[in-house]
Design a protein around this ligand. Structure first.
Ligand SMILES: Nc1c(NC[C@H](O)[C@H](O)[C@H](O)CO)[nH]c(=O)[nH]c1=O
Ligand SMILES: CC(=O)[C@@H](O)COP(=O)(O)O
Length: 155
């Protein structure tokens, strides 16, 4: 049987930074609530979680980069909701937010989780922020915990 290297789901003693876009905050606030619930139920202490709010998803990569370089966090969680409007703006915001977060993640040396909804409709966003499709904030927070504990095994 091959050796399985896995990350546990304990957040005890781990430090998390969360970057949340205020745009569509009726959705992103619910993603934040799901992420905080996941972290604290998994043992993260209040004092080990910091939340930074930015105007929109486009601004997330810059603050994620600064938080990553601060050395204060074991993982970062990026949250937002980009909902398609009637112009191509949606495509640019989604592309730059995802590209920027991926760039930060590769250079950070810590997990940087992509928790930005990119939906065609408000209903799709609502479904993924704590209703019938779950809460993507919770999902990426649990992923952050697993990644922190997995990464520790390669130090
Ligand atoms: N339309 C959405 C935006 N747009 C705003 C941009 O993210 C950015 O803040 C602005 O272009 C100034 O640089 N942001 C979202 O998070 N969600 C949207 O649906
Ligand atoms: C994703 C967006 O930027 C969007 O909310 C903008 O809406 P519109 O394309 O109608 O200006």
């Amino acid at each position: 049987m091959p050796r399985m290297i896995e990350g546990t789901l304990s957040a005890e003693g781990k430090r998390f930074g969360i970057i949340v876009a205020r745009f569509n905050d009726f959705i992103s606030d619910r993603l934040l609530g799901g992420a905080l619930d996941a972290l604290m139920r998994s043992g993260a202490a209040d004092e080990n979680i910091e939340v930074a709010k930015v105007p929109g998803a486009f601004e997330i990569p810059l603050i994620a980069d600064k938080m990553a370089k601060s050395g204060k966090y074991d993982a970062l969680i990026c949250l937002g909701a980009v909902i398609r409007g009637s112009t191509p703006h949606f495509d640019y915001v989604c592309a730059e937010a995802s590209k920027g977060i991926a760039h930060v993640s590769l250079g950070a040396g810590i997990p940087v989780m992509f928790g930005i909804l990119t939906t065609d409709t408000i209903e799709q966003a609502i479904e993924r922020a704590g209703t019938k499709a779950g809460n993507k904030g919770w999902d990426v927070a649990m992923g952050a915990i697993e990644m922190v504990n997995l990464a520790e095994q390669f130090k």
